[in-house]
Design a protein around this ligand. Structure first.
Ligand code: ADE
Ligand code: ZN
Ligand code: ZN
Length: 236
């Protein structure tokens, strides 16, 4: 996602924190909100010193295979990344600086995990080399999913963060169930639908936006709720 998507995930997660976990996190982040720190992992991408973290934003494997059966990248992937973040945040030895760093990374990666093309294909780099037309503009499919649908729909992060309180307890329970791998496969299923529905060179416009705007919103809400819940578990 771009900044709007990531901030929505952070904002939603923040509203699901228990009062005591909220205080612990405020201390680690020196009062910064989860929405504010959600884009940190993208901001450091151009810095040589943080190069090793670039492959942590996604995972790719062939459509006819599974994560478990595919050769793992030795540089890590989004699943390895999230587990590392959780490990550091749970650790008694980690410094406050380390906890702040991995907490900011976790907020971001939980967002990326819910972007269907971040659980994608290596050959087109998660849609980064998949060219399409978005209204009158030539863009790649990854960009459409990170930013363009949200932008065209005119959704701000605070708007996107509203309405999760309309979910019933059953719906919330269903969302909170499962683990990182389950959530990854949920994104993967959506990714398969995107590749069924989108061909290279397609001219995408309103029809595409309306087909997928609710998927984007749902994924951001699930990401936020699950992140909030995960943080409550880590720090309780
Ligand atoms: N770079 C390579 N594959 C990618 C993916 N699936 N998402 C984002 N960036 C990538
Ligand atoms: Zn992306
Ligand atoms: Zn990212």
């Amino acid at each position: 996602w771009g900044p709007t998507g990531h901030r929505a995930v952070g904002e939603i997660a923040q509203s699901y924190l228990s009062p005591e976990v909220k205080l612990i996190i405020e201390d680690i982040l020196d009062g910064q909100s989860l929405a504010l720190v959600s884009t940190f992992a993208d901001e450091i991408k151009s810095d040589e010193r943080y190069k090793a973290f670039s492959p942590w934003h996604y995972v790719n494997f062939p459509f006819d295979s599974t994560y478990e059966k595919s050769p793992k990248s030795e540089k890590g992937d989004i699943i390895v990344a999230i587990k590392k973040c959780v490990e550091v945040l749970k650790s008694k030895e980690a410094s406050k600086d380390d906890k702040a760093f991995y907490l900011k990374m976790l907020v971001h990666f939980m967002g990326d995990l819910h972007q269907p093309l971040h659980v994608g294909l290596a050959e087109d780099r998660g849609g980064n080399t998949f060219q399409v037309q978005w209204f009158d503009e030539g863009v790649n499919l990854h960009w459409v999913w990170d930013e363009k649908i949200i932008e065209k729909f005119g959704m701000t992060y605070t708007e996107l963060a509203q309405n999760t309180n309309k979910l019933s307890q059953e719906e919330l329970d269903a969302i909170q169930k499962g683990n990182v791998e389950d959530w990854m496969y949920e994104s993967r299923t959506l990714c398969l639908d995107v590749y069924d529905y989108t061909k290279v060179g397609d001219k995408l416009s309103y029809e595409y936006m309306y087909r997928y705007a609710h998927v984007v919103r749902n994924q951001l809400q699930k990401g936020g709720i699950r992140l909030g819940n995960l943080l409550n578990t880590i720090f309780s």
